[in-house]
Ligand binder design. Structure first.
Ligand code: DAH
Length: 347
């Protein structure tokens, strides 16, 4: 190809080269102006041009070099400037923008508070599985085989055990199953609380849900009395609801405790005077409890002639409802940010 043609071609190539980044700028430099680049190549070819044409061609090649250099300089200033402006825009002394922090879930707040209250009087925390066998959820807790709580209405059954309670699996209906596991696996004295999620086959409404949370309490030792139970629960009520709180116990029935009681706390709003929160009774129900039935102790390998104990169980949603006046259970699991935000900064 003639030198003239080559010069024309290079001219076009320089014009159409796209230099839109620092990387492209460097490849442009290497391709056209580098020591083995296209312009250098033209100067080589100039050597074999007859003397009388050298001036003319030399001029053309010089022009081409200037054109390539101009394009390179322009690109350099463009990218140089852009990084310079960016750098100068960053003010390293400026304080960071606030990151919006989330809030703890009200049920986590209440669970933690319950744990702390019982930790202070020597209770440890124990946990058990949410998928539980019939033995731990019912049989060891002295539920007769035909007890209505085993009914399809209440329990989410998973597998049938063909008569073996350790093979029949269900979602646990209460955290009392954990007290069985603790008694089977440790020796008295036992002082433990077991927070966790439980499941019941109920239609979801403001007042009922198919899953909710409980905390179970268990104390086993020699000579544990009902008076110890009452005192422990009074301590809990005062820590949770304030020094003014009082409790009362009403006789009740649970298969795993004898005697059994339900416990009310004096209304957290009117302190017993009567209001619409306590339906003008002055009291609010908070938990079930009782002395552990000797049948349960024996089923779990603890000698009921030597040891006695008490147990109690409460709903975390219920305590949260009384503390924060949340009257619709569904709010706890709907993740509505307007609800959750209200617990910002709460301890
Ligand atoms: N497990 C009971 C329930 O889910 C609550 C309960 C009552 C637990 C009395 C106890 C207890 O430990 O003694 O309704």
């Amino acid at each position: 190809m003639e030198l003239k043609e080559k010069i024309k071609e290079l001219n076009l190539a320089i014009d159409s080269a796209i230099v839109a980044s620092k990387g492209e700028q460097e490849s442009f430099r290497i391709q056209f102006l580098g020591s083995k680049g296209a312009v250098k190549n033209l100067y080589e070819l100039l050597k074999s041009v007859p003397n009388e044409s050298k001036k003319e061609f030399g001029q053309l090649i010089n022009d081409i070099r200037s054109k390539a250099e101009a394009k390179l300089t322009e690109a350099e200033s463009l990218f140089e400037n852009s990084t310079e402006t960016k750098r100068s825009e960053i003010d390293l002394s400026r304080p960071e923008e606030d990151t919006e922090l989330g809030a703890r879930h009200p049920l986590s707040l209440v669970r933690r508070e319950i744990i702390e209250i019982f930790n202070r009087i020597g209770y440890t925390v124990s946990e058990g599985p949410e998928i539980e066998d019939d033995w731990h959820n019912f049989s060891a807790l002295n539920f007769p085989p035909d007890h209505p709580a085993r009914d399809m209405q209440d329990t989410f059954f998973i597998t049938k055990g063909d008569g073996d309670p350790k093979k029949e699996m269900a979602l646990r209906t209460h955290t009392s199953s954990v007290q069985v596991r603790v008694m089977e696996n440790s020796k008295p004295p036992i002082r433990t609380i077991s927070p966790g999620r439980v499941y019941r086959n109920e239609a979801i409404s403001a007042r009922a849900h198919c899953f909710f949370h409980q905390v179970e309490g268990l104390y086993i030792d020699k000579d544990v009395s009902f008076a110890d139970l009452k005192q422990t629960l009074l301590y809990f009520a005062k820590e949770m609801f304030g020094e003014k709180a009082n409790i009362r116990m009403r006789p009740s029935y649970f298969p795993f405790t004898e005697p059994s009681a339900e416990v009310d706390v004096s209304c957290t709003l009117c302190h017993g005077k009567g209001c619409n929160v306590c339906k003008y009774t002055g009291w609010l129900e908070i938990l079930g409890c009782g002395m552990v039935d000797p049948n349960v102790l024996d089923a779990c390998g603890i000698d009921s002639n030597v040891y006695s104990g008490f147990a109690f169980g409460m709903g975390i949603e219920r305590i949260a409802q009384l503390k924060y006046r949340v009257t619709d259970l569904r709010l706890y699991s709907e993740n509505d940010i307007r609800f959750l935000k209200q617990f910002k900064g709460a301890y």
